[in-house]
Design a protein around this ligand. Sequence first.
Ligand code: NIG
Ligand code: FE
Length: 403
Amino acid sequence: MADLLLRNVRIVSCSDDTAAVSAPGFVSIDQGRIERIGALHDLDGSMRAEHEIDGEGRLLTPGLIDCHTHLVYAGDRAREFELRLQGASYEEIARAGGGIRSTVRLTREAGDDALEAASAVRLRELMRHGVTTVEIKSGYGLSLADELKCLRVARRLGERHPIDVRTTLLAAHAVPPEFDGRADAYIDEVVQHILPEAARLRLADAVDAFCDTIGFTPAQTRRVFEAARAHGLPVKLHAEQLSNQQGAALAADFGALSADHLEHLDEAGAAAMARAGTVAVLLPGAFYFLRDTVVPPIALLRRHGVPMAVATDCNPGTSPTTHLPLMLNMACTLFRLTPAEALLGVTRHAARALGLAANRGSIEAGKQADLCLWDAEHPAELAYAIGASPLRRRFHHGREHVL
Ligand code: NIG
Ligand code: FE
């Protein structure tokens, strides 16, 4: 007997690139895994389950995957938001010692418990919008102790909430104040101490860097990637967000899971990503909040067959949001993705961006039973409404939790 039977649901399995909707069907779940999927008329009397739920013809999708967040931080940057409204640019604020560094100050001051409590508020919001797997980066500690603290908090959030957390070490996010003007020396610290220690303690599932004019050079990024490779960790990259540094091609050279942002991506970068199987992670929240005008080259990515994921980029400076369905709307409205592409971007392709495609991101027998039931009949409705959250029920490892 199965643990749970979801019947009378329209399934968007996301198991191929169509995001097609099935005729009313059923999904059975056993021990946290999807056991069987079928059409309603195949549901004979022999199919028994401990619990049954009538989906009343609603849409069932895989649980959403937010594959790019900076969720663990303290404080906010509302003051910086005001400065930008008065005309200062994100880069100017960063160069004047604000931006990422101001969040670093507050995050360093916060103890583990305070940092966890502040981050848990955001994590619960993500869950209420249907997220069942989230990636969380460090990057607001920028010292050995503080980077490990952020990763520890991220791990603990995953242990204490019904959501899977994947952690990414982003020590190469900005140059910390004590290394002012000595970016190479800070990269020494990252590759000799921070990264090896995070790997030894198994606190990081991947390694990321910010390769840009206000971040790190391609040569510095390469050193971080080489250290990641030496420790057996896959890489990702904040690439071509504010300028073209050929970061996507560099990431692809290292077989990166993903290259993220990509507003300034060129053809050579897209071709390299396609060859390496690197996912393009689109972050429309940051594009919107920074009032960017350069749109990521979606047609180029499509032409090269690069899978596109969509994520919140939840962070205090460029994308203070936990609303993944809103990102679907923005990806369609601002980047011209189709609603089907947007949905695949937070399921199938997001799983791949985290190296989790084998057991997440689609509704298929044997995969983890992370599912969302929506007050909707068609995937376009998920992307259509601005800021609505039509989530009806959410299942994590086959279990429903009060959120
Ligand atoms: O993904 N671009 C770099 N990192 C973040 C922003 C971090 C911040 O401003 O606090 C991003 O946009
Ligand atoms: Fe980011």
